[in-house]
Write a protein that binds this ligand. Structure first.
Ligand code: PEP
Length: 254
C-alpha cells in the first residue's frame, strides 16, 4: 500500500433520511472513538446539507454533495452549483454516479464537465464509474472503464487536487451481489495502470481508488485487504450509523 493513500469511507445516502435522522446519525458518529487511520465523508441529499454540515462542524468527518451542475450559476431549475455546495459547507462532490447516468441520461461528456466544475469550486470530486452486468458478461469491463476514465481526464486536471475514483460495478449497486475481492482488485489495478498512462505515474500512485457496490461490515475487511482498494463508497449500509462505523473501522485497520 502506498502510504499517501489513506483509506476513505464515503457514505452515499442517496434520497434517504430526514433531518432528525441525519442529526442522530451524525451524533452517533461523533460519539464514537476517533479513527485516525481512515477518513470519512458523508454525502446527504441537498436539503440535508446544512443540518449535516452543522452537526459535523469541528469534527474530522467531511460533507459532500451528491451532484452538481456543470455551470457556475444560471437558469437551471432544480439544479445545484459547485459554488452553492461549497457555500453550504461541502468539501466533496460525487460525479457520474450510475444512478445519475441512468435516471438523468448523464453521459461521459457531461460527467467530464461536472468534474471540471467541481475542481473550479475547490470541491474534491469522487468520479464514479463501472460496467453494467451485460457489459461484464460481454467481456467489455476494461473497455468501459477505459472509456469513462479517458473522458474524465479530458477536462480534469491530472494532479494535485485530491480527487478520487470510485469503481462501482452497476450490477453490484444495491443488489447484495458484491464484487469478489479479486474482481475489485483486477478493476482497480487496471484503473491505476491507465491513470499512470492517461494522467501521470505520480497521479496513479497517489490517487485513492474506492470500491462501491453492496459493501457491508462483513465484506469490508477482505475488500480493503486488496492492494489497490483504498476505501469504499457505501450506499445502503451507510444509512445505519453502526454499520457505517464498522466499515470505517475496517478501513482504519488496513
Ligand atoms: C452506491 O450507491 O454508490 C452504492 C454503492 O450503493 P450500495 O452500497 O447500496 O450498493
Amino acid at each position: 500500500m502506498n502510504e499517501t493513500r489513506r483509506p476513505l469511507a464515503a457514505a452515499n445516502w442517496k434520497m434517504y433520511l430526514l433531518r432528525a435522522e441525519a442529526r442522530a446519525f451524525c451524533a452517533a458518529l461523533r460519539a464514537a472513538p476517533p479513527t485516525p487511520g481512515a477518513d470519512a465523508v458523508i454525502f446527504p441529499s441537498h436539503p440535508l446539507l446544512g443540518a449535516v454540515a452543522e452537526a459535523l462542524a469541528g469534527s474530522e468527518i467531511e460533507v459532500g454533495g451528491q451532484d452538481l451542475h456543470p455551470e457556475d450559476q444560471g437558469a437551471h431549475t432544480g439544479d445545484v452549483s459547485g459554488a452553492q455546495l461549497a457555500d453550504a459547507g461541502c468539501r466533496w462532490v460525487l460525479v457520474g454516479h450510475s444512478e445519475r447516468r441512468r435516471d438523468h441520461g448523464e453521459d461521459d461528456a457531461l460527467v467530464a464537465r461536472k468534474l471540471a466544475a467541481a475542481v473550479r469550486h475547490g470541491l474534491r470530486p469522487i468520479l464514479c464509474l463501472g460496467e453494467t452486468r451485460d457489459e461484464r458478461r460481454a467481456g467489455e469491463t476494461f473497455a468501459v472503464l477505459e472509456r469513462q476514465l479517458a473522458a474524465a481526464l479530458t477536462t480534469a486536471p491530472v494532479d494535485g487536487l485530491g480527487w478520487v475514483v470510485a469503481y462501482e460495478p452497476v450490477w453490484a449497486i444495491g443488489t447484495g451481489d458484491v464484487a469478489t475481492p479479486e474482481q475489485a482488485q483486477d478493476a482497480h489495478a487496471f484503473l491505476r495502470a491507465r491513470l499512470a498512462e492517461l494522467g501521470s505515474p505520480a497521479l496513479a500512485a497517489s490517487l485513492r481508488l474506492l470500491y462501491g457496490g453492496s459493501v457491508k461490515p462483513d465484506n469490508a475487511a477482505e475488500l480493503i485487504a486488496q492492494p489497490d482498494v483504498d476505501g469504499f463508497l457505501v450506499g445502503g449500509a451507510s444509512l445505519d450509523a453502526g454499520k457505517f462505523l464498522a466499515i470505517i473501522h475496517a478501513c482504519a485497520r488496513r
